[in-house]
Design a protein around this ligand. Structure first.
Ligand code: SER
Length: 581
């Protein structure tokens, strides 16, 4: 059995229920782009809500961390990784938690006790030292010299506020050298493998408070522990990456050794891109948020593929993606279900970037050759972005390899000014669409909501409104979508809207706070532009959107809905023009 199976099996035997991994894009949490830890989707339950699966949970969670993307290429950073976790929601606490961890490590994984060291919470003005945890470790046979007290590192919280508490981190001595008598977490031969957090507090703006229940939250990184168990110092040499690296060697005809950095980056980025684009949230490459990360990852991989002389007209990325899907589909069924979506996302983005990559690299060389000092200015950085599709981070990476710095701040200002312009443009259009409140415009406005709902049903839940413009003559609707709608899709959308019109659905209006509205699944375009109390319009039970109105009261007055045009609007955005007769 592999680590994941052993872990799940062990905790299920200890009365835990296995819960499925949450999507990589958090549901109802706009504060972060991706889930960065196993506990993140469980925050409401750690704060006190009842979990439908009970009080003992175990899982493997898909996580993505993008804060150190530039470190990818070394032996141990990964953008996507899996985190094993077991939780007690007001059930067991320190004693059982530590006993379970110890038993799993020493009896299931057969790690010798001499190779383990632990840290515990030293205490501060607010919270006392964690004596209990120390006693438990001592009782299990961990020597005093192998227990280290720290303050900052042993208090865990996901961000600024939320559930938190002292933790105990378990380290493994990853070296063939003699194990020193005293454990020192600063000595890099000791690597952290597991973190048990005793979440008995919550932090808010006013300070730290006791939670109604004491919880346990633990996290263990799969990639790291598998590498340790297999005795390799480079994570990419472990069984997790074996088939991917081998495939890369076949594709390039090169050995991994001597080409580690580019191969690691390609492997890491394609794996992450596969998981992001297979996520039920349906992220597509774009220039904002998760879509931008996806774009950067794919473009970064393509750039390194070029470094290794991979021919971009071959299907190399399809082969790698298929291999990853194969490796992981047993655990994540969405990979198999969305295989075609994933392959299309990769292919389309590659084709798009391929058109400008070559020219962009030439332009980059030209810029570099004409530099007077070692600085690439904002105008050139912006040109590379705007004309050749180089994410600023790619320009930085290329420049870095030549010891040249990039005026990123200047670029950002330019970028912002550019966005401001297009935002103003779209706001004006948006306003233009809704400001005039004639009868016909009102009808088109309601039809816009129906069209949005129909597109979600027919094309996929990932479809979101990107813009709208209404005149007395027609409606125009922009939405995120990675492909040209097929005739069949268009017909289905049209039929669905007309069906809803015929059903004479009632349009209702409610006021509620923004959070409740979002929790209820209401659709909205620019969340940050809405006040705390929002108006939600529902049409029967087919559509629910945050919206200022106005709308018709019953759908039957809309007449017949007809799509007259479907076309590309911008990258990853399609546009529909439609009329009501
Ligand atoms: N939340 C803790 C961590 O991410 C333990 O799961 O390390």
């Amino acid at each position: 059995m592999n680590l994941k199976d052993l872990y799940i099996d062990f905790f299920v035997r200890k009365g835990h229920k296995q819960i499925p991994s949450a999507p990589v894009v958090p549901e109802n949490d706009p504060s972060v782009l991706f889930n960065t830890a196993g506990m993140q989707p469980l925050i409401p339950y750690l704060m006190g809500e009842q979990h439908p699966y009970g009080t003992r949970l175990v899982d493997v969670q898909k996580c993505i961390r993008t804060n150190d993307l530039e470190n990818i290429g070394d032996t141990y950073h990964h953008t996507f990784f899996e985190m094993l976790g077991n939780w007690s929601l007001g059930d067991y606490f320190k004693e059982e938690s530590i006993n379970y961890s110890f038993e799993f490590l020493t009896k299931v994984l057969n790690i010798p006790i001499e190779k383990l060291g632990v840290t515990i919470f030293k205490g501060n003005d607010l919270i006392p030292k964690d004596e209990e945890t120390k006693k438990i470790w001592l009782s299990l046979g961990i020597k005093e010299e192998r227990i280290k007290e720290t303050e900052i590192d042993n208090f865990w919280i996901a961000g600024e506020t939320g559930p938190c508490g002292p933790d105990t981190e378990i380290f493994y001595f990853r070296s063939d050298e003699e194990i020193p008598e005293y454990f020192d977490p600063e000595d890099t031969r000791w690597v952290e493998i597991w973190n048990n957090v005793f979440m008995q507090y919550k932090k808010d703006e006013t300070g730290i408070h006791e939670l109604p229940k004491k919880n346990v939250d633990t996290g263990m990184g799969v990639e790291r522990v598998v590498a340790i168990l297999e005795g390799v110092n480079d994570n990419y040499e472990s069984s997790i990456w074996k088939s991917t690296i081998k495939l890369l060697e076949q594709i390039t005809g090169l050995s991994y050794y001597g080409n580690e950095r580019s191969m690691r980056i390609i492997a890491d980025h394609i794996r992450t891109a596969v998981f992001i684009s297979a996520d039920p949230t349906g992220i597509k490459p774009s220039n904002t948020d998760q879509g931008y990360i996806l774009r950067r990852l794919i473009r970064g991989a393509i750039r390194h593929a070029k470094n290794l002389n991979i021919d971009n007209n071959t299907d190399w990325e399809q082969l790698l993606a298929k291999n990853i899907i194969n490796e992981y589909k047993k655990y994540y069924k969405e990979l198999e279900e969305n295989e075609q979506v994933v392959l299309d996302v990769l292919k389309n983005e590659k084709i798009k970037f391929n058109r400008t990559l070559e020219k962009g690299l030439k332009e980059f060389e030209k810029i570099i050759n004409n530099l007077k000092d070692n600085k690439l200015d904002k105008d050139n950085a912006f040109k590379l972005y705007d004309t050749y599709g180089f994410p600023i981070e790619l320009t930085e990476e290329l420049a870095h390899e030549k010891n040249i710095s990039v005026d990123k701040e200047g670029f950002k200002e330019k970028f912002k000014a550019h966005q401001e312009l297009s935002r103003k443009g779209s706001e004006e259009k948006f306003k233009g669409g809704l400001a005039s409140r004639g009868e016909q415009e009102t009808k088109y406005h309601t039809a816009t909501h129906l069209l949005n709902a129909a597109l979600k049903q027919v094309v996929g839940d990932y479809v979101h409104q990107k813009g709208s413009n209404i005149t007395t003559e027609r409606m125009r609707f922009d939405f995120s979508c990675d492909h040209k709608l097929t005739e069949e899709e268009k017909q289905k959308v049209e039929d669905l809207v007309n069906k809803w019109i015929k059903e004479d659905l009632k349009v209702t209006k409610e006021e509620m706070d923004k959070e409740t509205a979002l929790k209820s699944g209401a659709e909205c375009m620019f969340i940050e532009r809405y006040p705390d109390i929002v108006t939600v319009y529902s049409i029967g039970n087919v559509s629910k959107e945050l919206c200022g109105g106005p709308h018709v009261t019953h759908t039957s007055v809309l007449g017949t809905f007809k799509i007259i045009k479907e076309e590309a609007s911008s990258s990853g955005v399609r546009r529909i023009k439609a009329i009501l007769n």
